[in-house]
Design a binder for this molecule. Sequence first.
Ligand code: C5P
Length: 394
Amino acid sequence: MLEGRRVVVGIGGGIAAFKAVTLVRELQRRGAEVRVVMTAAGARFIGPVSLAGLTGKPAVVDLWDPSYAGEVHVELGAWADAVVVAPATMNLLARAANGHADDVVLATLACARGALLFAPAMHERMWGRAATRRNVAALAADGARFVGPVEGALANGEVGAGRMAEPEEIADAVEGLFASPDLRGRRLVVSAGPTHEDLDPVRFLGNRSTGRMGFAIAEAAAARGAEVVLVAGPVTLATPRGVERVDVRSAREMEAAIQAAVARADAVVMAAAVADYRPAERTAQKRKKSDGPLTLELVRNPDILAGLGASRQGARPVLVGFALETERVVEHARAKLERKQVDLVVANHASDGFGGADNLVTLVDAAGDEPLPRASKRTIADRILDRIVDRLRD
Ligand code: C5P
C-alpha cells in the first residue's frame, strides 16, 4: 500500500496517456497523494482538466504555470517521494537521459529528491532502437527504475513489445520503490511455471500454469534485497531484474536444478505446477498412431517439496508450497502442510489462480488460516514474503 506516499505522475505524449487516468486512480486507491505534470504532447492526448478533477490540484503543463507559489518543478521535486513517468516516450527518455529540463516533466525529474520510475510506451521498433537502449541503460545506471513495456497490441493494431505496462503493474512498481530491504543477505530459491513431460520428440504432457505467480514472487523478493534463483519451467515471461534464472523442462530437471541451488538457501518457494506423473517411456522417434485407442503408462515423478521437507535438518530452509485445488481447497492445503512437512501452504482455487494477473488465496500454516483479499499476484507475493521474513527472524 502507499499510505502517506506522495507521488508525481508525469504524462508524456503517447496514446497510452489515456491509461494515466487509471494509474492516478489506482495510486490514490492504494493511499498515495498524487500530483500530475504533463508534457505539451501529453496534454494533446488527455485533458489536464480530467487529471485536475481527479487530484484536486492543477495538472501542470506549462513550466511558467502560476498555480504554485514557487517554481513548479522545484516545489514538486521536493514534495514527491517518487516521480513516475507514464507513458515515457522515446523522446522523453532521450531527453531525461541527457539531463534536459526544458518542460515541466523533465524539470520535475531533474529536481526530484525521490525515486524515479519510467513506464515506457512506444512502437516496438522505437523501443528496439540502439539510441533507446543506450538511454534506458544510462537512466538505469543513474538509479532510475523501469516497468514494462510489455508485449501486446500496439496503438496501430500491430502486436509487439512496446505497449505500456497496465496501471496495476505500474502501481505495483511504485510500491516496489518503497520496499524495505528486509530480505537483504537472504537467498531464496523460487520455482515457477509448469513442467513438460515428454512422450516423444514432439509431444508432451503439461498443464496450464503460466508461471506468473512464481515470477511475481521472484521479482518481489529481489526488490526486497534477496539473492534469488528462479527455476522456471517452460514459460515465455521476461526474467525479473536482478534474478538468476535457470530454465528447465521436466520435473526431474526441476528437481536437479533446485537441489543444486538449495544448499545455501534461506527459503524455498515451490510455486511451480510440477507434473505428478511422466510417461514411463520417452520414445526416441515420434509415436505412430493406429486406429485403436492408445494407453499410456505413467510413472510417478519425485515430489520435490516433500523431498525437501523430509531431508531438512532444523528450521532451514523455510519451505513454502502451493496447493491448487478444485474443491475443499483449505482442507487439502492443510493436509499438504503436514504431509510435506512444510512451513506454509498457499491455497488457491483452480478457477482463481490460473492465467490472470490477480489471485485469491488463503495462507495456511500451523497457526491457522488467513484468507487474503483478492489482489494482484505481486501484492500476494509480498504477503507470502512477509511470512518468510517473520520465520527467518524467529
Ligand atoms: O501435492 P500437490 O502437487 O498438490 O502439491 C503442490 C505443491 O507441491 C506445490 O508447491 C508444488 O510445487 C509441489 N510439488 C513438488 N513436486 C511434485 C508435485 C508438487 O514439489 N512432484
